[in-house]
Design a protein around this ligand. Structure first.
Ligand SMILES: [Ca+2]
Ligand SMILES: [Ca+2]
Ligand SMILES: [Ca+2]
Length: 218
């Protein structure tokens, strides 16, 4: 992934706990088990996929922290510890974000404001989810705040339509095309610079790199 190796001499993720909020992580995977921290799992869930079709969280965990062990792949922060938070299958509760230094959220609700409500509406699901992210900022890392990273979206969508992408407590990450005509795992160019605590991070994606991301299940 780019020239990520150049930073490993200084930083490989050692000492950092990452919560993978997704559809579960195969904790016994040969490339994940050495970095898997079961002690941080949500007390009422095993953190693992419920079916063989739930492979997304495992792929995401590998991109983040697959072991540097001469087999399979190597994660961008291969020294970090990872924990599966299978909230898509088992719980919709994000109140556990503060247990981690960093949380990854490669999920969303679609390109438009659907039926999940207004982030400012007390009665909406989005409102309460945004409060969970706020709690992570308030109490995570001993008060420094957990760092929440969220996928902006896929399918050439307009990322401004996803309410949590605009939350000040979330770092929203996406990829946009250099030219017109976004691919499946890209966004329209319009949302660049909007959303997220630091804005929507953007780096132009070429065809070859895009193909690698697609295989990775991002
Ligand atoms: Ca487990
Ligand atoms: Ca599960
Ligand atoms: Ca490996």
């Amino acid at each position: 992934m780019g020239d990520i190796e150049t930073i490993w001499a200084e930083f490989d993720g050692t000492g950092v706990n990452v919560g993978i909020f997704d559809d579960g992580v195969e904790q016994d995977h040969v490339d994940l088990r050495d970095n898997y921290n079961e002690s941080l799992e949500y007390y009422a869930d095993d953190g693992e996929p419920n079916t063989t079709y739930d492979g997304h969280g495992t792929s995401v965990a590998g991109i983040i922290a697959a072991s540097n062990n001469d087999t399979g792949g190597v994660g961008v922060a291969w020294g970090a510890q990872i924990t599966g938070m299978d909230f898509i299958n088992d719980y919709a509760d994000l109140a556990y974000i503060s247990a981690f230094d960093v949380t990854n959220h490669s999920w969303g609700y679609g390109s438009d404001f659907l039926d999940y409500g207004d982030i400012g509406d007390y009665n909406s699901q989005l409102y309460w989810e945004s409060r969970d992210f706020q709690n992570g900022i308030d109490v995570g890392r001993g008060g420094l705040g957990s760092i929440a990273v969220k996928a902006a979206g896929n399918e050439a969508a307009n990322a401004q339509g996803e309410g949590l992408n605009s939350a000040h407590t979330v770092i929203t990450v996406g990829a946009g095309p250099v030219r017109a005509g976004a691919g499946l795992f890209q966004l329209r160019p319009q949302p660049v610079g909007l959303g997220g605590r630091r804005g929507l991070y953007h780096r132009p994606v070429g065809g070859r790199r895009l193909q690698r991301q697609q295989r990775s299940g991002l």
